[in-house]
Design a protein. Structure first.
Length: 240
């Protein structure tokens, strides 16, 4: 038997868990960080909450007989990816990253390295900003005097700009819906992370259609290890 730990929280992780769950020779456990109050759960066994750092994760892998780990977390989940790399080295367990491709650049995009730079560029481009980078990075915008439409899954618990409207929602989105949102709120500039994938790409299509500039935060560097971008490639890796 092969026991696979999938570090999840993404659509790709759910698809992988569903595929592995159908294989009689594989046991799959999905791990979610627990940062979303009502997450979409994958099929099969699910573990919610952190492990307590790389050492504790290494112990958990050994104690639970895990034979392979797939890091299918969000492309910006730097901390857990670093912890997974360190823990699997310590436990001598194979690790592979499943990462969806980033979005190819389009005309009118401004690439930046972090949220502080994203704010500076966005506020130089317009007064009304549509912020879609998640609630954890909101402190970078808290003291702004610009107007922000902030879309996230859960209610933020950190300080917000004085002029802000919070929209609680989650993808997938439609181009028509995003067009209506941008028009209704008279958005001057969109801020996003290079998350990739189809679930939230509609906002980019809508921004392009309306000529709204887009500020895109580049992905952080990833640990130097095997990485693939499809479930099928993970299955081939497991077979090898």
């Amino acid at each position: 038997m092969t026991k696979v730990l999938v570090l999840g929280g993404t659509a790709e992780a759910r698809a992988l868990a569903a595929t592995l769950h159908e294989l009689p020779e594989v046991t799959v456990v999905s791990s979610l960080a627990g940062r979303v109050r009502d997450p979409r759960l994958p099929v099969g066994e699910v573990r919610v909450g952190g492990f307590g750092g790389p050492e504790r994760l290494a112990e958990w892998l050994s104690d639970n007989g895990v034979t392979a780990v797939v890091d299918a977390t969000h492309p910006f989940a730097e901390r857990i990816s670093a912890a997974a790399a360190a823990a699997t080295r310590a436990a001598d367990v194979p690790l592979i990253m499943l990462r969806r491709p980033g979005w190819p650049s389009r005309p009118g995009w401004h690439w930046v390295d972090d949220l502080h730079n994203a704010r500076a560029v966005a506020e130089s481009l317009g007064e009304r900003v549509f912020l879609t980078t998640g609630r954890q990075g909101l402190p970078a915008f808290a003291d702004s005097s610009h107007w922000y439409l902030i879309r996230c899954v859960d209610q933020p618990d950190s300080p917000l700009p004085a002029r802000a409207e919070v929209l609680l929602d989650r993808g997938p989105y439609t181009v028509d819906g995003e067009l209506a949102l941008l028009r209704e709120h008279r958005i001057d500039v969109l801020v996003t992370k290079d998350s990739g994938g189809p679930l939230t790409v509609a906002k980019l299509d809508a921004a392009e259609r309306l000529g709204v500039p887009v500020v895109v935060v580049r992905r952080p560097a990833t640990p130097d290890l095997d990485a693939v971008d499809t479930v099928e490639a993970v299955l081939e890796w497991l077979r090898r």
